[in-house]
Design a protein around this ligand. Structure first.
Ligand code: LCS
Length: 395
């Protein structure tokens, strides 16, 4: 089955075995009864499989986990209360005090804060390498040593859309047996299949394209059975950042329309990129699927489409950028991304305000950069809105 069928049906025509309902049941129960004292004890030792308590497992979460494992081409998955819970739990599952992580830069502002402020407090060192030169910088600066326990990359990167060469990093890390985790939030399995290149873990903020409607926060990790056991059974259950069953239902519903939404996000983004490229008041456009982008060949190699995120700088930088945002009528000035409605923001003062001005510069995030998460609205309406705002901003 092709991916646009799989997002709807999973492994095949899926119905609830109990009721034959065609939508998944939401098991709100926090706790499940035992048939007997002995049965309860067997579930706790793992001799027998079954539900105990929703923090340890829940049937609605299981449906989402199985579907995500299938869609990402992984063996198993775990679900979390947020994308940040997915990232922090994965790190704590794999690293002990004294170990180190190598991460790509730039990266989402929340992940940056986690890695630069919180993780070092637990005695885990974080080393950074530029996303677009990731393998090269790791080798040149000899960032890998015997204490390196995880490589974490975000590709395309938030907010500059820089790419990390997945094949290169998977080759480099497999020699040393270090797992590579890829934040798949921007591309999703629809446009990028990292396991094909030899990476080990895919991480999602499900809040974004998986949900698709800006109405639920969640995170998902897909990997092999062994790593998911470590992340879920040995770490998540104790840290406690589990997804709510109601949100799992919303993500399952979101998945069913993901393929058609992604096609439209991508088609709209391409037209907006073209419009901005030709506009005299636009200084630079950042989009991986753009012929003039130095990483265009890499984009074509490891992605099947450019997804719905793009960034740009307008003449006059931050000040004109603010005016441009304030003059928009249709696009919503808001953070987050991957929703049906177009969302637009200024990373330096919003999503990436966890970076100091020096850190922004080091990460290659321009001060005046504006990021758009292109929605699924009519493209003419979106371009007309940008056009009227640019005219007003420069009149
Ligand atoms: N990874 C990426 C690439 C993200 O963009 C985000 C959130 C996260 C992880 C964290 O996921 P969460 O915990 O929010 O579910 N990105 C956001 C952004 O760019 N604007 O608002 C949130």
């Amino acid at each position: 089955m092709r991916i646009d069928t799989k997002v709807v049906h999973g492994k095949g025509k899926t119905v609830d075995p109990l009721s034959r309902a065609i939508s998944p049941p939401i098991h709100t129960a926090a706790v499940f009864s035992f048939k007997s004292a002995e049965h309860g004890a067997r579930l706790f030792t793992g001799e027998e499989e079954g539900y105990i308590y929703t923090r340890l497992g829940n049937p609605t979460l299981k449906i989402l986990e199985e579907k995500m494992a299938l869609l990402e081409d992984g063996e198993a998955a775990a679900t979390f209360a947020s994308g940040m819970a997915a990232i922090s739990t994965t790190i704590l599952a794999l690293c002990n005090s004294g170990d180190n992580i190598i991460a790509s830069s730039p990266i989402y502002g929340g992940t940056f804060a986690l890695l630069s402020k919180l993780i070092p407090k637990w005695g885990i060192d974080v080393r950074w390498a530029k996303a677009s030169e990731f393998g090269k910088e790791i080798e040149e600066q000899q960032l890998i040593d015997e204490k390196t326990k995880l490589i974490l990359v975000e590709t395309p990167a938030n907010p500059t859309l820089d790419l990390v060469d997945l094949e290169e990093i998977a080759n480099l890390s497999s020699k040393k047996n270090i797992p590579v985790a890829v934040d798949q939030t921007f591309a999703t399995f629809y446009f990028q299949k990292p396991f094909k290149f030899g990476t080990d873990i895919s991480i999602y903020s499900a809040t974004k394209f998986i949900g698709g409607h800006s109405d639920s926060i969640g995170g998902i990790v897909v990997s092999n059975k062994e790593l998911i056991k470590k992340i879920k059974d040995e770490t998540l259950v104790d840290l406690g950042g589990v997804m709510s069953p109601f949100n799992a239902f919303l993500f399952l519903r979101g998945l069913e329309t993901l393929a058609v939404r992604m096609d439209r996000h991508y088609a709209n983004a391409k037209k907006i990129v073209q419009y901005l490229e030709e506009h005299p008041k636009i200084e630079k456009v950042f989009y991986p699927y753009l012929e003039s982008n130095p990483q265009y060949n890499l984009a074509k190699k490891q992605m099947s489409g450019g997804s719905g995120l793009l960034s740009f700088i307008i003449n006059g930088g931050r000040e004109k950028g603010k005016k441009f945002l304030n003059n928009l009528n249709l696009m919503i000035v808001a953070v987050s991304l991957g929703a049906v409605s177009t969302l637009i923001e200024h990373p330096a003062s919003m999503t990436h305000s966890t970076y100091s001005p020096e850190e922004l510069e080091k990460a290659g995030i321009p001060e005046g950069l504006i990021r758009i998460s292109v929605g699924i609205e009519n493209i003419e309406d979106l371009i007309e809105d940008m056009d009227q705002s640019l005219n007003k901003t420069f009149s």
